[in-house]
Design a protein around this ligand. Structure first.
Ligand SMILES: [Zn+2]
Length: 453
């Protein structure tokens, strides 16, 4: 517990149980100039003359604002899929105060400094939360990667199989090794969508509407083979590598072995792989389609175990929406429907709802969904209720439940596999650098005050 600097009175004082790096403690959190300036033990005698104390409601706890490092905003170029204003409002409503935008599905993709500038210009003045950017590693952009790194991207994403959009082609094995060597030299981070095209098959039967056939077309071996290739590249280059959206629990053993070997490899999974199961994806229910796919319930149980054992490091949304017609509701064709699940606003409640029955604690959420992803993206002032960090805070009611009503989602498009589900854990208020940006179901009227990081 640290004292506030005596020469400046705080602007805001929040009292209640808070999830800090030391765990869940009764705290008086002081905010000065947008930063956490003190985390005092509530039992200590601490007074700040003239500064009103805002007490959390009896059923609320204070969480660090979440850091979601896997969001496809799609603007510019596919703004009709999602955009900075709508995505960041959804983030604020979901307790996410920092997002890192993926380099693909916007046009142009973020693969050189000119496209990064276009992206930043599109985001500027529209964001309700803070935002940073990943760059892309695609065939042919080697000459641009150093400048992109210098311009502030937090790392480089690549695919090994078809990305779903023609302007962001995959790297082959030689391209992966070269990218790993280059990114290691830059001291940056390599992010990999790990599916090996050699193991991806066709969706057969029932005009492609058969979920089981779709699942068979993207088997666990496609993921483990790709992860083996990344591990090999990391072993030979020393690159820091991150495996995106682990869907198959078969990956856990590989990731644990890589860690034991001392390789700098981290991984993430997503709320839908933990909460949803192939058994509940009806044929033609393309709102369940994402790549890699949602697998069987038993697989989800093993993912939870990998997460709780610390082998899988983070949980982030992979928010990847599209206009509902691209989900092909008429035919329900899994082969042709856009793959992506929109869940930015619901991630926290989904992970909490399905995790708490497995013994997950609020401190686990803070580590998997705030402090950990902040560290991954090199955002030292984010993701923790700690002195010196940005005062990005969430008043969260862990026992309050709500029904997912698509119309209440701030996402541009409301299609979601969570529609009609009752989730536990309600975001009541969100603060970004000490400023309230969401309260009682509404994005605050203060306007878009998010920064480009
Ligand atoms: Zn993605």
């Amino acid at each position: 517990m640290t004292s506030v600097a005596p020469w400046r009175r705080p602007d805001l004082l929040l009292a209640g149980p808070a999830v800090t790096p030391d765990g869940l403690v009764p705290a008086l959190v002081a905010v000065t100039g947008g930063k956490v300036s003190g985390v005092h033990n509530l039992s200590e005698e601490t007074t700040f003359a003239g500064v009103p104390v805002h007490r959390l409601a009896g059923d609320e706890v204070l969480l660090p604002g979440l850091v979601d490092t896997h969001v496809h905003v799609n603007e510019p170029g596919r703004t009709h899929w999602e955009g900075f204003a709508t995505a960041t409002k959804a983030a604020a409503a979901g307790g996410v105060t920092t997002m890192v935008d993926m380099p693909l599905n916007s046009l142009p993709p973020t693969i050189d400094t000119a496209s990064l500038e276009l992206k930043r210009a599109a985001a500027d003045g529209q964001c309700y939360v803070d935002i940073a950017f990943w760059g892309g590693a695609v065939p042919g952009n080697e000459p641009h990667r150093a400048a992109l790194d210098g311009a502030g991207v937090r790392g480089f994403k690549c695919f090994l199989a078809d990305s779903g959009v023609p302007e962001f082609p995959p790297l082959d094995r030689a391209g992966l090794r070269r990218a790993a060597a280059q990114i290691a030299e830059l001291g940056s981070l390599l992010l990999v969508h790990a599916e090996d095209p050699d193991y991806l098959g066709e969706v057969a039967g029932q005009g492609g509407a058969d979920y089981a056939a779709f699942l068979r077309s993207r088997p666990p071996r496609a993921e483990t083979s790709a992860i083996e290739a990344v591990i090999e590249a990391a072993r030979h280059t020393g690159v820091r590598a991150h495996i995106l959206h682990v869907s198959s629990a078969d990956a856990i053993e590989l990731l644990a072995a890589a860690r034991a070997e001392g390789l700098a490899i981290t991984s993430e999974t997503c709320p839908h792989y933990l909460a949803l199961a192939a058994e509940e994806a009806r044929d033609g229910a393309t709102e369940f389609k994402c790549c890699p796919p949602i697998r069987e319930r038993a697989n989800a149980g093993r993912l939870w175990a990998g997460l709780r054992a610390g082998v899988i490091d983070y949980v982030v949304s992979d928010h990847s929406p599209c206009p509902p017609e691209l989900k092909l509701p008429g035919t329900g064709d899994f082969a042709k429907a856009w793959g992506g699940i929109a869940s930015l606003q619901l991630s926290l409640a989904v992970v909490w709802s399905y995790g708490r029955e497995r013994g997950v604690q609020l401190a686990d959420l803070a580590r998997w969904m705030a402090a950990g992803p902040a560290e991954l993206a090199g955002l030292a002032c984010k993701g923790r209720v700690a002195v010196g960090c940005d005062a990005d805070l969430v008043a969260f009611a862990p026992d309050a439940s709500f029904l997912v009503e698509p119309a209440k989602l701030q996402h541009r498009h409301k299609l979601t596999p969570y529609a009609g589900r009752r989730l536990t854990g309600l975001v009541r208020r969100t603060w970004l650098r000490g400023r309230e940006i969401f309260s009682s179901g509404h994005v605050a009227a203060v306007g878009p005050g998010g920064r480009l990081l």
